[in-house]
Design a protein around this ligand. Sequence first.
Ligand code: G6P
Length: 466
Amino acid sequence: PVDHVDDGQQFDFVLVTHRIPVHGRPDAVAGGAWTYSPVGVDAILGEEVGVRNGAWVGWSWQPGESVRSAALGRVHLRSIELSDREIEWHKEGYCNSTLWPIYHDSIERPEFHRDWRDAHRVVNRRYADAVTRVAAPGAVVWVHDYQLQLVPAMLRALRPDLRIGFFLHIAQPPVELFGQLPEREETLRGLLGADLVGFQHPRGVSNFLRLCTELLGLEVGTDSVVVDGRRVRVEAHPISVDVAAIEEVVNRPRITRRAAQIRAELGNPRTLLVGIDRLDYTKGIEQRLLAYGELLDGGQLSADSSAFLQVATLSRENLARYALLRERVDRLAGHLNASYGRMGNPVVHYTNRVLDRDEIMALYVAADVMVVTPLRDGMNLVSKEYVASRVDNRGVLVLSEFAGAAHELSEALLVNPNDVDDLKNAVLRAVAMSPAEQGRRMEVMRKHVREHDAQAWVDGFLKDLG
Ligand code: G6P
């Protein structure tokens, strides 16, 4: 594939993510329509790039498209390309079928193929090359997530003048899982090319330090590793959400009206339970629907008094295990409706549609109980967004203890999603919780996310990167 165009401009700050947040045809340079549309974390990162007049390097999702740079405001986008084969071997293969399962407790069995690994190396090298061309001498470069773990070491070899940070958005597994990876040492050494390696959770830090000792025999401290005479800092920087932006949106009359309308469309249930996820086997969607089904079956909840709304956005659809998961969840939702719903009044409202940001905010406002039950999740921003959206301090969060967010949102009802009885009890407790207790718990959690919002995450990481 054609590599990214070199227009000669260099920047003191370079953000590197797997993809850049663009939609449409990437021909903005030629005056066409390339919509830069970051939401959530991407929006915060984009603001930072803009404030620093920096560059954002990533894949533009458009196989075969060949335009590569654009300045949208003060965010200078620099896209790299992946061939169809690279999308198959690097992204769908190595990233989503080797690394993703290993980093999620091997819930699904990881696959190992040398072709995938080779494509992964080539692609990581392409990102590193792109960065070297746009990074000014001494620039700060912030690399993100599991798809790009080899980039820091490649960058250091090419450009020792750079200040390199890396942040892993998913959970760093312990040696018992990570040790399965044939490229375990290469991956660790890839990360150790950075000056600062950030994780979501303190356990990510301890897992990583132990990996460095056990697999590489390196000398480690409590928050650093010494490698090739350099000290690499290793820290927890839990990611967060833009609380002010969420509060502003949910206070708009249009959103509160829409929330009331959603409840009415669902038959005004006394309790509306909501789940919002990517359709992924790590998210525990089946577990939560099973628990809800058993509560209906046992008569503890009824179709008249409750409804479950599950949004599961399609993801990684080319991969067989995601297609199989989709079939299972379809069947489960259908089974619950056939058993407990009435004509024209389903008990599970299930959609795979992509909802826009306002609609998601309205759903948060409408939800009495937010059910977030991943089997493993680096952080889970849905849980933090829900908390941020509850400006009236009402609502209950049922949260898996295996989500990174559980470390911070301790006033949620924490559950082990593998334990159906535990899940059922938590849902029942949530349904019955008094407004006073809801208010007490939600206030504590809201205070936490307000004090630890997305901007604080960016500032904290970049300050420590120096
Ligand atoms: C997770 C990862 C992201 C990834 C996203 C969607 O949130 O942390 O890095 O982009 O899933 O997965 P996909 O494979 O479609 O990029």
